[in-house]
Design a binder for this molecule. Structure first.
Ligand code: NDP
Length: 313
């Protein structure tokens, strides 16, 4: 007996939308929302497809073999479900990487072409051109060279920027200067005029961009955080923005989301706030990927590559 449970804390409408896509991508599979399953049916579940699940729900699936997340970021699953000792497969979707690479390019252009400054000038009715510097003379640093970071680095390279990338293990990406390991970070930051963060949130990356690291960036450098809020120290960032060391920050992710009304980021003239939209998961392409993983598992018994619970990503 095998069965799939969809375990989420999404709104009923959002869960129903996903359920429709997953049902189309998984023909022949019995797939139901966790809450619709009787205790006997829960005992038949071998795969859970999850989006922000309640860990208590997963604990009620005694014969669960593996978990497929509908999201790419897994820090919460690692923290909340690690003790279940079941493989957690995260979403790796080329469409998500394409969307993120597009966002990295779009918001790098936003900073590179001085759009925040021109918007401020318009509000003050100031007519003044700012100096232009060619992309190949502008260094963009990408933190994280995984599925999303590597795609972003390539897109930025193709746009002509001088791209540097940073990861844990050494990488070779044509036309991108790659750095690896903590000991190389500060030197790389010293060269970066626009920093794009695409790291996972782990024990090692939490608070990575603190006051000391921010101080390594050249005067006036700009930051784009598309990864997770706690990687960047908010208080240190505000201090660096206020002192002029950091020119502008585009923030898509925050320690608390939705961003609380009282957050100083909302009204800060050197901050662009985005509501976690840099790369939204596409239910159609994501469901097709989950469907292919499940079909392969049913045919071969092979669980797709899963998250390293010790490393945290
Ligand atoms: P991957 O796991 O594919 O890549 C992670 C990269 O970060 C790897 O290159 C890895 O190095 C590097 N890395 C991890 N830890 C360290 C460290 N301590 N020091 C240096 N490098 C490190 O993740 P993805 O690219 O798929 O996703 C990245 C993150 O993007 C997700 O975890 C998620 O938080 C965020 N995200 C944000 C979205 C949004 O809309 N804002 C949407 C989707 C994801 P190595 O290659 O050596 O392992």
């Amino acid at each position: 007996m095998s069965r799939i449970a969809l375990v989420t804390r999404l709104s009923p409408e959002a869960e129903a939308h996903w359920a429709g896509h997953l049902a189309r991508a998984l023909p022949g599979e019995r797939i139901d929302g966790f809450r619709e399953l009787s205790p006997a049916e829960r005992a038949e579940v071998d795969i859970a497809i999850v989006a922000n699940p309640d860990p208590a729900d997963l604990a009620e699936l005694p014969n669960l073999v593996w978990i497929h997340s509908l999201w790419a970021g897994v820090e919460r699953l690692v923290a909340e479900l690690g003790h279940l000792a079941r493989p957690i497969v995260r979403l790796v979707d080329p469409e998500l990487a394409r969307t993120m690479a597009e966002a990295a390019l779009a918001w790098t252009y936003y900073l590179f072409r001085d759009m925040p400054a021109y918007a401020a000038q318009q509000r003050a009715r100031v007519w003044k051109g700012l100096p232009y510097k060619r992309p190949e003379r502008t260094t963009v640093g990408v933190l994280g060279l995984g599925e999303l970071g590597a795609a972003a680095a390539l897109r930025l390279r193709d746009a002509g920027f001088d791209v540097h990338g940073w990861s844990r293990s050494p990488k070779e990406i044509a036309g991108v200067t790659c750095h690896a390991g903590e000991e190389t970070l500060e030197r790389m930051l010293g060269q970066v005029e626009i920093l794009v963060c695409l790291l996972p949130l782990t024990g090692e990356t939490r608070g990575l961009l603190d006051a000391r690291r921010l101080a390594c960036l050249p005067e006036g450098a700009q930051i784009v955080n598309f990864a997770r809020g706690p990687i960047l120290d908010s208080a240190a960032l505000i201090e660096a923005l206020d002192s002029g060391r950091i020119g502008h920050a585009v923030l898509d992710v925050f320690e608390v989301e939705p961003l609380p009304e009282a957050s100083p980021f909302w009204g800060h003239p050197k901050v662009t706030v985005l509501p976690h939209i840099s790369a939204a998961t596409d239910p159609e392409t994501a469901s097709a990927i989950v469907g292919a993983h499940v079909a392969d598992y049913r045919a071969t018994g092979r669980i797709p590559p899963s998250v390293d619970l010790t490393r945290g990503y």
